[in-house]
Design a protein around this ligand. Sequence first.
Ligand code: NDP
Length: 457
Amino acid sequence: ARPEFEDINPSTEEVIETYEGHETGEVIDAVEKADDAFDGWSDRSIEERESLLADVAEVLRDNTDEYAETMTREMGKPVSEARSEVEKCAWVCDYYAERAGEHLQDDRIGTEPGARTYVSYEPLGVVLAIMPWNFPFWQVFRFAVPYLTAGNVGILKHASNVPGCALAIEEVFDRAGYPDGVFTTVLAETDAVEPMLEHDAVRAVTLTGSNRAGSAVGETAGREIKKTVLELGGSDPFVVLDDADVDEAARVGARSRNLNSGQSCIAAKRFVVHQDVYEGFLERFVEEVEALNVGDPTDEDVDVGSQARGDLRDELHGQVRDSVEAGAEAVVGGEPLDREGYYYPPTVLTDVPDGCPASEEELFGPVAAVFRVSDEDEAIDRANDSPYGLGASIWTDDVERGERVAGRIKAGSTFVNELVKSDPRLPFGGVKKSGYGRELGRDGIREFTNRKTVWVQ
Ligand code: NDP
């Protein structure tokens, strides 16, 4: 039977629409259609594929409000942030329109006199993308723009709570003039993923989401010998050293933690603060958090909207409750808001003991855990004391010290005196349980290519 996707507005709890999905047979048809499109698409010149990106960017920019409203309606993010997300998707198009060809040029490598040896970057074929709801446009464009421009074709299996975004994105590529089959959305349940991965035409899979999903998909992909990029959770440390600008750190830290209503893999989640500035930082941080305007995400002045789903809001509250029972103190927030919609208030936890959810797990919502440390070494140990290794942010007046500390933190990216953010020009990804592989930049566009060695004597 066809699956049905009930689209619920998380800020009102109303059903917006029910979508009829694709059954497994139709999903496999989509894979085969994509495979049929691959030869023609990969035969085109890179310049031709680059130039289509200008059309994608134009469609995005011309319809910013419509796409932003779709995101806000389906997953509750503040509409002003949703508009910035559409603009960021257009930016990744601008970036690869200019740089894709350069990033995929043959790499000449001198070996022996008389031999011409180089590495060329060829597309693999059908790439399956399993994407989450938190940045429902950005996560998709971040994979699709480089991978399609490299000559691959893509199938999107988006999160079940954002079917409207999934279909809107397919329409963006359609309107921009992409040939049929180059980018396809399937509205499918997770049981359709295994048959897709088992299909010969699917050559690679990229997944952004939870460790549970990453590990399930990675297991099947491993069995099928398919290349994988996994971008999973994070519990990024935000390290405030004794010589940091505490005002600026508090301002940026509060922003990093609460962007996207706290639902970002690279949000600052564990604030690791030197004892000499602990009181000063905490006071300013609490002020910043208390000043956030929580409410209807369609309102232009709102900073924090609802959480994306009721079950996720409840899970987050369970983590807060367990942490408080273990000895943490909620100095701000800590109880779901008594109103319609899946709201959770910005929350600050202090005195967080080891072994509780706020120190061990990812808190995927607006909840900050603040830790006091006595020196730089303890700050580094605390920062590294997590199963995750996505990003880290270090605050200090001495940038050399910042770089030195950053060098000792096990993460896919480190930022000194700046919040962790993704940027089309720079590779993005994690270590440890945050996953592997890189998206964006030169490394990202090369991930799903055959790095072919060529020797001409
Ligand atoms: P999931 O990891 O379940 O969802 C992400 C994507 O994976 C969705 O498309 C989902 O489909 C799919 N998926 C889930 N399980 C499987 C499976 N076994 N096989 C194939 N595909 C699968 O995230 P949730 O929405 O449940 O969020 C839970 C937690 O995940 C969050 O609280 C957060 O910690 C983390 N997360 C991290 C993100 C990040 O940016 N790194 C983004 C989102 C969540 P479907 O929706 O149909 O289940």
